[in-house]
Design a protein around this ligand. Structure first.
Ligand code: ATP
Length: 439
């Protein structure tokens, strides 16, 4: 299984999905860059999330708040005091570990025969920075460790500038930063990552139903996008493992090759904790007035929250398949970085190349996504090169195309080829690409 991870890491680098940040300087821990294909995959994932959270609903609006904010935000949210992990240090090599990562500690103990460790201390995971030209305590602030607080502090702005009525949600995609004690497993645990978060505000008393609703919705999203049923499940966390204010916390677990089932996404019923805290700290009451019932209350909030990098990793692992002659990423077509590739059977035959280029130019205008053109090497290699990055369809222009204005369309998964009239090609591809997308 470790083997599978190293194959995925190497494919990701070789084909331009993910690069190690600052690699020419020896790299830096827990920071990765997305290459051209990784950027496309990430954008497609974000688009699918946004489609299901915002476009398809009439009760969710979007927001894009800043990474920096007033330092009081983090006092109110509780991050300053308790966004910590338990840290211990090896007294021999000063290696630092999360005290709750027992397996890593045991492994490390073996490398020194018998090291002793320091007592546990709480380490705050927020990145500190200074705002303005003075770098002193007074100007200290933080890079946000989650996007959710940007939503809570804009709660009132959204209510007064839009027509939302409870129950409603605010969705946001943006970068978060966490100074994790240990990073690892590729994109699984990193220090800078994009997050997708929804805060769904509901009337107290209806929160349990909405919590159950969002658990089902989120699980469905993964299954619709092709994650294998046996690799995903949802787990309710026991009370002792969740924040004191939580009225229920679940995690969507993926079957990771390096650890078995573990967190992919969190879904929490946070009660009125966040809005109440910001009301208390800002002196500005964040409440909702229900016109129909003539009542004022602090809404409860349900929060599904997931990291884009962790999603990319799960989808790559789930899609990766080795077959007899090829490696294929069986990605859902909505997620595939390249939607269609166009090939002339032979590159040095001018009429073939010209027709293939015309088809390519035309598809580029019509298809909602990347269309690529390839005339290198032999046709088999070109197919396999597209299989490895998950391109759902390859269109080949051959000698028959010149005679009867048809091309072959090869399906990535079945490898079957079908002859399609050039004039019907666009519709055929769009139906097959988008018809399958209904997450
Ligand atoms: P842990 O206890 O594993 O440190 P957490 O429970 O604090 O994580 P959440 O605050 O629930 O994590 O984060 C929400 C989501 O953000 C996670 O489900 C995951 O998808 C993503 N995420 C959190 N931390 C990281 C990280 N260091 N690297 C990559 N993704 C992360």
């Amino acid at each position: 299984m470790e083997n599978l991870m190293s194959k995925i890491v190497s494919l990701a680098k070789r084909r331009g999905f993910v690069y190690q940040n600052s690699e020419i300087y020896g790299g830096i821990n827990g920071v990765w860059d997305l290459g051209p294909l990784g950027t496309l995959l990430a954008n497609n994932l974000k688009q699918e999330w946004w489609r299901s959270m915002v476009f398809k609903r009439d009760d969710v609006v979007g927001l894009d708040s800043s990474i920096l904010s007033h330092p009081r935000v983090w006092e109110a949210s509780g991050h300053l005091k308790s966004f910590t992990d338990p840290l211990i240090e090896c007294k021999i090599c000063h290696g630092r570990f999360r005290a709750d990562h027992k397996k890593e500690i045991e492994e490390h103990a073996k490398t020194h025969k018998e090291p002793s460790f320091t007592d546990v201390k709480q380490f705050n995971l927020m990145f500190k920075t200074f705002m303005g030209p003075l770098d002193n305590e007074e100007h200290k602030t933080y890079l946000r460790p989650e996007t959710a607080q940007g939503i809570f502090i804009n709660f009132e702005n959204v209510i007064s500038s839009t027509r939302v009525k409870i129950p409603f949600g605010i969705a946001q995609i943006g970068k978060g930063f966490r100074n994790e004690i240990t990073t690892g497993n590729f994109l699984f645990r990193v220090r800078e990552f994009e997050m997708m978060e929804l805060e769904f505000f509901v009337k107290p008393g209806t929160d349990r139903d909405w919590y159950e609703y969002w658990k089902k919705e989120r699980l469905k999203w993964y299954l619709n996008l092709g994650i294998k049923k046996e690799n995903i499940r949802i787990e309710e966390l026991p009370k002792e493992d969740v924040a004191h204010y939580s009225r229920g916390t679940s995690e969507i677990w993926y079957n990771w090759p390096f650890m078995g089932f573990g967190e992919l996404e969190g879904i929490a019923n946070r009660g009125d904790y966040d809005l109440s805290q910001h009301s208390k700290f800002s002196g500005h009451e964040l409440a909702y007035f229900d016109e129909e019932e003539n009542t004022r209350f602090t809404p409860y909030v349900i929060e599904p929250s997931v990291g884009v990098g962790r999603l990319i990793l799960a989808f790559l692992i789930d899609a990766y398949k080795e077959e007899e002659k090829r490696v294929v990423l069986k990605l859902h077509p909505g997620l595939s970085p390249v939607k269609v590739a166009v090939f002339p059977l032979l590159s040095n035959k001018l009429p073939l190349a010209k027709l293939a280029k015309d088809i390519y130019d035309n598809l580029k205008k019509q298809i909602n996504g990347v269309v690529s053109y390839d005339d290198r090497g032999n046709i088999g290699k070109r197919y396999f090169s597209q299989d490895e990055i998950g391109t759902p369809f390859c269109v080949t222009v051959d000698f028959q195309s010149l005679k009867d204005k048809t091309v072959t369309v090869r399906d990535r998964d079945s490898m079957k080829q079908e002859r399609i009239k050039i004039k019907d090609l666009n519709i055929y591809l769009q139906n097959n690409l988008e018809g399958k997308i209904d997450a």
